[in-house]
Design a protein around this ligand. Structure first.
Ligand SMILES: Cc1cc2nc3c(=O)[nH]c(=O)nc-3n(C[C@H](O)[C@H](O)[C@H](O)COP(=O)(O)OP(=O)(O)OC[C@H]3O[C@@H](n4cnc5c(N)ncnc54)[C@H](O)[C@@H]3O)c2cc1C
Length: 414
Protein backbone atom coordinates (compact mmCIF):
# COMPACT_ATOMS: atom_id res chain seq x y z
CA UNK A 1 0.00 0.00 0.00
CA UNK A 2 1.29 3.46 -0.93
CA UNK A 3 1.42 6.38 1.51
CA UNK A 4 -0.36 8.76 -0.85
CA UNK A 5 -2.37 8.57 -4.05
CA UNK A 6 -2.72 11.83 -5.93
CA UNK A 7 -5.66 12.01 -8.32
CA UNK A 8 -4.90 14.57 -11.04
CA UNK A 9 -1.56 15.49 -12.60
CA UNK A 10 -2.16 19.23 -13.01
CA UNK A 11 -0.11 21.86 -11.19
CA UNK A 12 -1.75 21.03 -7.85
CA UNK A 13 -1.33 17.25 -8.03
CA UNK A 14 2.20 17.24 -9.43
CA UNK A 15 3.45 19.74 -6.90
CA UNK A 16 1.92 17.77 -4.03
CA UNK A 17 3.49 14.59 -5.43
CA UNK A 18 6.86 16.31 -5.76
CA UNK A 19 6.82 17.59 -2.23
CA UNK A 20 5.67 14.31 -0.64
CA UNK A 21 7.92 12.04 -2.74
CA UNK A 22 10.87 14.32 -1.88
CA UNK A 23 10.17 13.66 1.79
CA UNK A 24 10.42 9.93 1.20
CA UNK A 25 6.75 8.97 0.99
CA UNK A 26 5.52 6.39 -1.50
CA UNK A 27 3.39 8.37 -3.95
CA UNK A 28 1.29 7.28 -6.95
CA UNK A 29 -0.23 9.90 -9.25
CA UNK A 30 -3.20 8.88 -11.40
CA UNK A 31 -4.52 10.91 -14.33
CA UNK A 32 -7.01 10.13 -17.07
CA UNK A 33 -4.89 12.05 -19.60
CA UNK A 34 -1.97 10.48 -21.40
CA UNK A 35 -0.26 13.84 -21.81
CA UNK A 36 0.38 15.63 -18.56
CA UNK A 37 -0.64 19.29 -18.37
CA UNK A 38 -2.67 19.39 -21.58
CA UNK A 39 -5.63 21.09 -20.01
CA UNK A 40 -7.15 24.30 -21.38
CA UNK A 41 -5.16 27.25 -20.04
CA UNK A 42 -3.46 30.44 -21.24
CA UNK A 43 -0.26 29.90 -19.28
CA UNK A 44 0.02 33.36 -17.76
CA UNK A 45 1.83 33.25 -14.44
CA UNK A 46 2.83 36.15 -12.21
CA UNK A 47 6.40 37.02 -11.30
CA UNK A 48 6.06 35.71 -7.75
CA UNK A 49 4.89 32.36 -9.07
CA UNK A 50 7.71 32.38 -11.60
CA UNK A 51 10.32 33.09 -8.92
CA UNK A 52 8.95 30.58 -6.44
CA UNK A 53 8.32 27.80 -8.95
CA UNK A 54 10.83 28.51 -11.74
CA UNK A 55 10.56 27.24 -15.26
CA UNK A 56 13.23 26.67 -17.89
CA UNK A 57 13.59 30.12 -19.57
CA UNK A 58 13.37 28.37 -22.95
CA UNK A 59 9.72 27.60 -22.17
CA UNK A 60 8.78 31.24 -21.56
CA UNK A 61 7.07 32.78 -24.59
CA UNK A 62 6.85 36.34 -23.32
CA UNK A 63 7.54 38.65 -20.43
CA UNK A 64 4.55 40.84 -19.73
CA UNK A 65 5.12 44.42 -18.67
CA UNK A 66 2.35 46.08 -20.68
CA UNK A 67 -1.30 45.40 -21.44
CA UNK A 68 -4.04 47.33 -23.17
CA UNK A 69 -7.58 47.35 -21.84
CA UNK A 70 -10.20 48.05 -24.48
CA UNK A 71 -13.40 49.61 -23.13
CA UNK A 72 -16.87 49.00 -24.62
CA UNK A 73 -16.55 52.52 -26.06
CA UNK A 74 -13.40 51.28 -27.85
CA UNK A 75 -11.24 53.65 -25.80
CA UNK A 76 -7.97 52.01 -24.89
CA UNK A 77 -6.05 52.35 -21.65
CA UNK A 78 -2.52 51.01 -21.65
CA UNK A 79 -0.88 49.76 -18.45
CA UNK A 80 2.88 49.69 -18.50
CA UNK A 81 5.01 48.57 -15.59
CA UNK A 82 8.72 49.16 -15.18
CA UNK A 83 9.43 45.47 -14.70
CA UNK A 84 7.63 42.35 -15.95
CA UNK A 85 4.68 41.44 -13.74
CA UNK A 86 3.89 38.15 -15.47
CA UNK A 87 5.11 35.70 -18.09
CA UNK A 88 3.35 33.68 -20.73
CA UNK A 89 4.73 30.17 -20.46
CA UNK A 90 4.30 26.92 -22.31
CA UNK A 91 1.69 25.60 -19.90
CA UNK A 92 2.03 21.95 -20.85
CA UNK A 93 5.80 22.00 -20.39
CA UNK A 94 5.51 23.95 -17.13
CA UNK A 95 3.09 21.46 -15.58
CA UNK A 96 5.11 18.54 -16.90
CA UNK A 97 8.28 19.94 -15.32
CA UNK A 98 6.74 19.38 -11.87
CA UNK A 99 5.85 15.80 -12.83
CA UNK A 100 9.39 15.15 -14.10
CA UNK A 101 10.82 16.31 -10.78
CA UNK A 102 8.25 14.26 -8.85
CA UNK A 103 9.24 11.16 -10.84
CA UNK A 104 12.92 11.84 -10.11
CA UNK A 105 11.99 12.00 -6.43
CA UNK A 106 10.35 8.56 -6.73
CA UNK A 107 6.67 9.22 -7.51
CA UNK A 108 4.99 6.72 -9.84
CA UNK A 109 2.62 7.92 -12.55
CA UNK A 110 -0.35 5.94 -13.87
CA UNK A 111 -1.53 7.86 -16.93
CA UNK A 112 -4.55 7.24 -19.13
CA UNK A 113 -6.57 5.88 -16.18
CA UNK A 114 -9.81 7.54 -15.16
CA UNK A 115 -10.70 7.36 -11.48
CA UNK A 116 -14.33 6.39 -11.21
CA UNK A 117 -14.74 5.84 -7.47
CA UNK A 118 -13.12 6.69 -4.16
CA UNK A 119 -13.71 4.63 -1.03
CA UNK A 120 -12.63 5.70 2.44
CA UNK A 121 -11.96 2.89 4.92
CA UNK A 122 -10.72 2.95 8.50
CA UNK A 123 -7.10 2.42 7.58
CA UNK A 124 -6.90 3.33 3.88
CA UNK A 125 -8.40 4.95 0.82
CA UNK A 126 -9.23 2.84 -2.24
CA UNK A 127 -9.06 4.48 -5.63
CA UNK A 128 -10.96 2.61 -8.31
CA UNK A 129 -10.02 3.26 -11.93
CA UNK A 130 -11.42 1.69 -15.07
CA UNK A 131 -8.34 -0.53 -14.85
CA UNK A 132 -8.28 -1.74 -11.23
CA UNK A 133 -7.98 -0.56 -7.64
CA UNK A 134 -5.04 1.17 -5.94
CA UNK A 135 -4.84 1.72 -2.19
CA UNK A 136 -3.02 4.18 0.00
CA UNK A 137 -3.01 5.58 3.52
CA UNK A 138 -4.12 8.96 2.20
CA UNK A 139 -5.35 10.81 -0.87
CA UNK A 140 -4.71 14.18 -2.48
CA UNK A 141 -7.69 14.99 -4.65
CA UNK A 142 -6.44 17.37 -7.36
CA UNK A 143 -8.82 16.45 -10.19
CA UNK A 144 -9.54 20.03 -11.28
CA UNK A 145 -12.83 21.64 -12.16
CA UNK A 146 -16.06 19.67 -12.42
CA UNK A 147 -14.86 16.43 -10.87
CA UNK A 148 -17.60 14.19 -9.53
CA UNK A 149 -15.12 12.79 -7.03
CA UNK A 150 -15.56 15.69 -4.57
CA UNK A 151 -19.22 14.83 -4.37
CA UNK A 152 -18.55 11.16 -3.70
CA UNK A 153 -16.69 12.23 -0.59
CA UNK A 154 -19.57 14.44 0.54
CA UNK A 155 -17.58 17.62 -0.04
CA UNK A 156 -19.93 19.16 -2.61
CA UNK A 157 -18.72 21.47 -5.36
CA UNK A 158 -17.65 25.10 -5.67
CA UNK A 159 -20.90 27.09 -5.65
CA UNK A 160 -20.10 29.40 -8.55
CA UNK A 161 -18.12 29.04 -11.74
CA UNK A 162 -17.54 30.59 -15.14
CA UNK A 163 -16.83 29.04 -18.52
CA UNK A 164 -13.56 29.75 -20.32
CA UNK A 165 -13.20 29.28 -24.07
CA UNK A 166 -9.96 29.58 -25.98
CA UNK A 167 -8.16 28.86 -29.22
CA UNK A 168 -4.72 29.43 -30.73
CA UNK A 169 -4.86 31.98 -33.54
CA UNK A 170 -2.51 33.52 -36.07
CA UNK A 171 -2.09 37.24 -35.55
CA UNK A 172 -0.69 40.38 -37.08
CA UNK A 173 0.68 43.13 -34.85
CA UNK A 174 -0.44 41.64 -31.53
CA UNK A 175 2.67 42.03 -29.39
CA UNK A 176 1.10 42.86 -26.05
CA UNK A 177 -1.71 41.40 -24.00
CA UNK A 178 -5.06 42.89 -24.99
CA UNK A 179 -8.07 42.68 -22.67
CA UNK A 180 -11.54 43.44 -24.02
CA UNK A 181 -14.45 44.48 -21.81
CA UNK A 182 -18.16 44.96 -22.40
CA UNK A 183 -21.54 43.26 -22.61
CA UNK A 184 -21.17 42.61 -26.34
CA UNK A 185 -17.90 40.78 -25.81
CA UNK A 186 -17.99 38.97 -22.47
CA UNK A 187 -20.74 40.22 -20.16
CA UNK A 188 -19.44 40.57 -16.61
CA UNK A 189 -16.04 39.14 -17.51
CA UNK A 190 -13.47 39.78 -20.26
CA UNK A 191 -11.92 38.51 -23.46
CA UNK A 192 -8.22 38.38 -24.33
CA UNK A 193 -5.55 38.12 -26.94
CA UNK A 194 -2.36 36.86 -25.31
CA UNK A 195 0.62 36.68 -27.68
CA UNK A 196 2.69 33.52 -27.43
CA UNK A 197 5.26 32.80 -30.15
CA UNK A 198 5.77 35.46 -32.85
CA UNK A 199 2.71 35.60 -35.11
CA UNK A 200 0.50 33.63 -32.70
CA UNK A 201 -1.76 34.40 -29.78
CA UNK A 202 -4.25 32.68 -27.55
CA UNK A 203 -7.68 34.21 -28.06
CA UNK A 204 -10.23 33.52 -25.38
CA UNK A 205 -12.93 34.77 -23.10
CA UNK A 206 -14.72 34.03 -19.86
CA UNK A 207 -18.49 34.13 -19.76
CA UNK A 208 -21.40 32.59 -17.89
CA UNK A 209 -23.46 31.62 -20.96
CA UNK A 210 -23.12 31.00 -24.69
CA UNK A 211 -19.34 30.73 -24.64
CA UNK A 212 -18.88 29.30 -28.18
CA UNK A 213 -21.18 31.90 -29.78
CA UNK A 214 -19.53 34.76 -27.89
CA UNK A 215 -16.13 33.45 -28.89
CA UNK A 216 -17.09 33.27 -32.59
CA UNK A 217 -18.25 36.91 -32.45
CA UNK A 218 -15.07 37.99 -30.68
CA UNK A 219 -12.88 36.28 -33.27
CA UNK A 220 -14.88 37.74 -36.19
CA UNK A 221 -14.48 41.23 -34.78
CA UNK A 222 -10.69 40.78 -34.42
CA UNK A 223 -10.53 39.31 -37.94
CA UNK A 224 -12.35 42.35 -39.28
CA UNK A 225 -9.73 44.53 -37.56
CA UNK A 226 -6.94 42.51 -39.18
CA UNK A 227 -5.56 41.33 -35.83
CA UNK A 228 -6.47 37.68 -36.30
CA UNK A 229 -5.18 36.73 -39.72
CA UNK A 230 -5.14 32.98 -40.07
CA UNK A 231 -7.43 30.02 -39.58
CA UNK A 232 -8.64 29.48 -36.04
CA UNK A 233 -8.39 26.11 -34.30
CA UNK A 234 -11.60 24.64 -32.92
CA UNK A 235 -12.18 26.47 -29.65
CA UNK A 236 -12.19 24.46 -26.42
CA UNK A 237 -14.37 25.24 -23.39
CA UNK A 238 -13.72 24.41 -19.76
CA UNK A 239 -15.02 25.63 -16.40
CA UNK A 240 -13.26 27.69 -13.76
CA UNK A 241 -14.52 27.71 -10.14
CA UNK A 242 -15.10 31.13 -8.64
CA UNK A 243 -15.75 30.06 -5.04
CA UNK A 244 -13.84 27.67 -2.81
CA UNK A 245 -15.33 24.52 -1.35
CA UNK A 246 -16.62 25.00 2.17
CA UNK A 247 -14.67 21.99 3.33
CA UNK A 248 -11.48 20.86 1.63
CA UNK A 249 -10.61 17.86 3.78
CA UNK A 250 -12.17 14.73 5.16
CA UNK A 251 -10.83 11.50 6.68
CA UNK A 252 -7.53 10.66 4.93
CA UNK A 253 -8.23 13.16 2.11
CA UNK A 254 -7.26 16.72 1.21
CA UNK A 255 -8.64 18.55 -1.84
CA UNK A 256 -6.43 21.06 -3.69
CA UNK A 257 -6.39 23.37 -6.71
CA UNK A 258 -9.41 23.88 -8.96
CA UNK A 259 -11.11 20.92 -7.28
CA UNK A 260 -11.09 23.01 -4.08
CA UNK A 261 -11.92 26.28 -5.89
CA UNK A 262 -8.54 27.87 -5.06
CA UNK A 263 -8.66 30.28 -7.99
CA UNK A 264 -8.45 34.08 -8.31
CA UNK A 265 -12.10 35.07 -8.86
CA UNK A 266 -11.00 38.28 -10.58
CA UNK A 267 -9.21 36.66 -13.51
CA UNK A 268 -9.84 32.91 -13.17
CA UNK A 269 -6.09 32.27 -12.81
CA UNK A 270 -5.44 29.24 -10.65
CA UNK A 271 -1.93 27.95 -11.31
CA UNK A 272 -0.18 29.90 -8.55
CA UNK A 273 -2.82 29.32 -5.88
CA UNK A 274 -2.93 25.60 -6.78
CA UNK A 275 0.81 25.40 -6.28
CA UNK A 276 0.69 27.28 -2.99
CA UNK A 277 -2.23 25.22 -1.66
CA UNK A 278 -0.60 21.95 -2.68
CA UNK A 279 2.51 22.94 -0.77
CA UNK A 280 0.39 23.58 2.32
CA UNK A 281 -1.52 20.32 1.78
CA UNK A 282 1.75 18.38 1.56
CA UNK A 283 2.96 19.95 4.80
CA UNK A 284 -0.25 18.98 6.60
CA UNK A 285 -0.18 15.47 5.15
CA UNK A 286 3.48 15.01 6.07
CA UNK A 287 2.65 15.71 9.72
CA UNK A 288 -0.43 13.50 9.65
CA UNK A 289 1.37 10.59 7.92
CA UNK A 290 4.35 10.81 10.27
CA UNK A 291 2.09 10.67 13.33
CA UNK A 292 -0.32 8.28 11.61
CA UNK A 293 -3.20 10.58 12.53
CA UNK A 294 -5.14 10.95 9.30
CA UNK A 295 -8.66 11.64 10.51
CA UNK A 296 -10.50 14.77 9.36
CA UNK A 297 -9.76 16.33 12.75
CA UNK A 298 -6.06 16.12 12.12
CA UNK A 299 -6.22 17.27 8.50
CA UNK A 300 -8.31 20.36 9.31
CA UNK A 301 -5.06 22.25 9.79
CA UNK A 302 -4.65 22.23 6.00
CA UNK A 303 -7.79 24.29 5.54
CA UNK A 304 -6.85 26.70 8.33
CA UNK A 305 -3.49 27.32 6.72
CA UNK A 306 -4.59 27.78 3.13
CA UNK A 307 -7.45 29.99 4.26
CA UNK A 308 -5.14 32.19 6.25
CA UNK A 309 -3.05 32.67 3.11
CA UNK A 310 -5.75 32.94 0.43
CA UNK A 311 -9.15 33.59 1.99
CA UNK A 312 -8.94 37.36 2.01
CA UNK A 313 -7.90 37.37 -1.64
CA UNK A 314 -10.70 35.01 -2.61
CA UNK A 315 -13.36 36.95 -0.69
CA UNK A 316 -12.32 40.41 -1.84
CA UNK A 317 -11.74 39.18 -5.38
CA UNK A 318 -15.18 37.58 -5.51
CA UNK A 319 -16.88 40.71 -4.18
CA UNK A 320 -15.08 42.82 -6.77
CA UNK A 321 -16.04 40.32 -9.46
CA UNK A 322 -19.72 40.51 -8.50
CA UNK A 323 -19.64 44.32 -8.53
CA UNK A 324 -17.99 44.26 -11.94
CA UNK A 325 -20.69 41.95 -13.24
CA UNK A 326 -23.34 44.53 -12.38
CA UNK A 327 -21.65 47.38 -14.24
CA UNK A 328 -23.19 48.54 -17.49
CA UNK A 329 -21.07 49.24 -20.54
CA UNK A 330 -21.32 52.97 -19.88
CA UNK A 331 -20.11 52.44 -16.29
CA UNK A 332 -17.17 50.44 -17.53
CA UNK A 333 -16.29 52.93 -20.27
CA UNK A 334 -16.54 55.76 -17.81
CA UNK A 335 -14.34 53.97 -15.27
CA UNK A 336 -11.74 53.23 -17.93
CA UNK A 337 -11.90 56.81 -19.08
CA UNK A 338 -11.38 58.04 -15.51
CA UNK A 339 -8.60 55.56 -14.95
CA UNK A 340 -6.78 56.94 -17.98
CA UNK A 341 -7.00 60.46 -16.63
CA UNK A 342 -5.25 62.14 -13.69
CA UNK A 343 -2.31 59.78 -13.91
CA UNK A 344 -4.13 57.03 -11.99
CA UNK A 345 -3.07 54.29 -14.38
CA UNK A 346 0.61 55.26 -14.21
CA UNK A 347 0.42 55.60 -10.44
CA UNK A 348 -1.21 52.22 -10.13
CA UNK A 349 1.30 50.65 -12.49
CA UNK A 350 4.18 52.13 -10.48
CA UNK A 351 2.73 51.17 -7.12
CA UNK A 352 3.94 48.19 -5.08
CA UNK A 353 0.24 47.21 -4.79
CA UNK A 354 0.29 45.99 -8.37
CA UNK A 355 0.67 42.27 -8.45
CA UNK A 356 -0.51 39.76 -10.96
CA UNK A 357 -1.40 37.35 -8.17
CA UNK A 358 -2.53 39.33 -5.15
CA UNK A 359 -5.40 41.60 -6.13
CA UNK A 360 -6.98 42.71 -2.87
CA UNK A 361 -4.54 45.53 -2.30
CA UNK A 362 -5.03 46.83 -5.83
CA UNK A 363 -8.80 46.57 -5.42
CA UNK A 364 -8.46 48.56 -2.19
CA UNK A 365 -6.58 51.23 -4.09
CA UNK A 366 -9.22 51.44 -6.79
CA UNK A 367 -11.95 51.60 -4.15
CA UNK A 368 -10.10 54.44 -2.44
CA UNK A 369 -9.97 56.44 -5.64
CA UNK A 370 -12.30 59.41 -5.37
CA UNK A 371 -14.15 58.85 -8.61
CA UNK A 372 -13.42 55.27 -9.56
CA UNK A 373 -14.21 53.94 -6.12
CA UNK A 374 -17.10 56.31 -5.45
CA UNK A 375 -19.80 54.34 -7.16
CA UNK A 376 -18.31 50.95 -6.42
CA UNK A 377 -18.23 51.73 -2.70
CA UNK A 378 -21.93 52.38 -2.75
CA UNK A 379 -22.59 49.07 -4.44
CA UNK A 380 -20.62 46.78 -2.19
CA UNK A 381 -20.16 47.25 1.55
CA UNK A 382 -17.30 44.73 1.89
CA UNK A 383 -15.27 46.53 -0.74
CA UNK A 384 -16.24 49.89 0.74
CA UNK A 385 -14.75 48.82 4.07
CA UNK A 386 -11.46 47.92 2.53
CA UNK A 387 -11.12 51.07 0.42
CA UNK A 388 -7.70 52.54 1.04
CA UNK A 389 -8.02 56.30 1.57
CA UNK A 390 -5.69 57.97 -0.89
CA UNK A 391 -2.40 59.32 0.45
CA UNK A 392 -2.14 63.10 0.31
CA UNK A 393 -1.17 64.02 -3.23
CA UNK A 394 -2.22 60.65 -4.59
CA UNK A 395 -4.62 60.76 -7.57
CA UNK A 396 -5.53 64.41 -7.00
CA UNK A 397 -3.91 67.50 -5.47
CA UNK A 398 -4.24 67.41 -1.64
CA UNK A 399 -7.01 69.98 -1.44
CA UNK A 400 -9.27 67.85 -3.62
CA UNK A 401 -8.39 64.53 -2.07
CA UNK A 402 -11.56 64.01 -0.06
CA UNK A 403 -13.48 61.33 -1.92
CA UNK A 404 -16.84 63.00 -1.35
CA UNK A 405 -15.55 66.38 -2.53
CA UNK A 406 -14.09 64.88 -5.67
CA UNK A 407 -17.20 62.90 -6.43
CA UNK A 408 -19.25 66.05 -6.13
CA UNK A 409 -16.88 67.91 -8.41
CA UNK A 410 -16.45 65.32 -11.08
CA UNK A 411 -19.79 63.61 -10.90
CA UNK A 412 -20.03 59.88 -10.66
CA UNK A 413 -19.79 57.71 -13.72
CA UNK A 414 -23.35 56.42 -13.26
C1 LIG B 1 -9.53 29.12 -20.72
C2 LIG B 1 -8.72 29.05 -19.46
C3 LIG B 1 -7.57 29.83 -19.33
C4 LIG B 1 -6.83 29.80 -18.15
N1 LIG B 1 -5.69 30.56 -18.08
C5 LIG B 1 -4.97 30.58 -16.94
C6 LIG B 1 -3.79 31.36 -16.86
O1 LIG B 1 -3.35 32.00 -17.80
N2 LIG B 1 -3.12 31.36 -15.68
C7 LIG B 1 -3.53 30.65 -14.59
O2 LIG B 1 -2.91 30.73 -13.53
N3 LIG B 1 -4.65 29.87 -14.66
C8 LIG B 1 -5.37 29.81 -15.81
N4 LIG B 1 -6.47 29.01 -15.90
C9 LIG B 1 -6.83 28.18 -14.73
C10 LIG B 1 -5.82 27.04 -14.57
O3 LIG B 1 -5.72 26.33 -15.78
C11 LIG B 1 -6.26 26.12 -13.43
O4 LIG B 1 -6.53 26.92 -12.30
C12 LIG B 1 -5.17 25.12 -13.07
O5 LIG B 1 -4.86 24.28 -14.14
C13 LIG B 1 -5.66 24.26 -11.88
O6 LIG B 1 -4.76 23.24 -11.64
P1 LIG B 1 -5.24 21.87 -10.96
O7 LIG B 1 -4.00 21.06 -10.81
O8 LIG B 1 -6.06 22.16 -9.78
O9 LIG B 1 -6.24 21.21 -12.02
P2 LIG B 1 -6.03 20.77 -13.53
O10 LIG B 1 -4.90 21.50 -14.15
O11 LIG B 1 -7.38 20.87 -14.14
O12 LIG B 1 -5.62 19.24 -13.43
C14 LIG B 1 -6.54 18.26 -13.03
C15 LIG B 1 -6.12 16.94 -13.60
O13 LIG B 1 -6.98 15.93 -13.07
C16 LIG B 1 -7.26 14.99 -14.08
N5 LIG B 1 -8.52 14.33 -13.76
C17 LIG B 1 -9.75 14.89 -13.61
N6 LIG B 1 -10.65 13.96 -13.29
C18 LIG B 1 -9.99 12.79 -13.23
C19 LIG B 1 -10.41 11.45 -12.95
N7 LIG B 1 -11.65 11.15 -12.65
N8 LIG B 1 -9.47 10.47 -13.01
C20 LIG B 1 -8.17 10.76 -13.30
N9 LIG B 1 -7.74 12.01 -13.56
C21 LIG B 1 -8.63 13.00 -13.53
C22 LIG B 1 -7.34 15.83 -15.35
O14 LIG B 1 -7.06 15.04 -16.49
C23 LIG B 1 -6.26 16.89 -15.10
O15 LIG B 1 -5.02 16.52 -15.68
C24 LIG B 1 -7.24 28.99 -17.06
C25 LIG B 1 -8.37 28.20 -17.18
C26 LIG B 1 -9.11 28.21 -18.37
C27 LIG B 1 -10.34 27.35 -18.49
Amino acid sequence: MQDVIVVGAGPAGNNAALSLASQGYGVTVIDSRENIGEKLCTGLVGEECFRRYPIDPALVYREISAASVIAPSNDVVRFQTQYPVARVVNRVAYVKSFADKAREAGAQYLLGRRVVRLEQQNDRVSVVTDDGTTEARSLVLAAGFGSQLNRQLGLGEPSDYVVGVQSLVETEGVDEVEVYLGRDVAPGFFAWLVPTQPGYALAGLLVRKNAPERFADFVSARQAEGKITGPVDKPVCWGIPLRPLRKTYTDRVVVVGDAAGQVKPTTGGGIFYSLLASEIASGALHKALREDKLSANHLGDYQKQWKSLLSNELEVGYSARRVFEYLSDSHISSLIDQAGKNGFVSELAASPDVSFDWHSSMIGKIMGHPTLGGVLRLVNPLLARMAKPPEPGEFFPPEASSPEASMAETGTPV
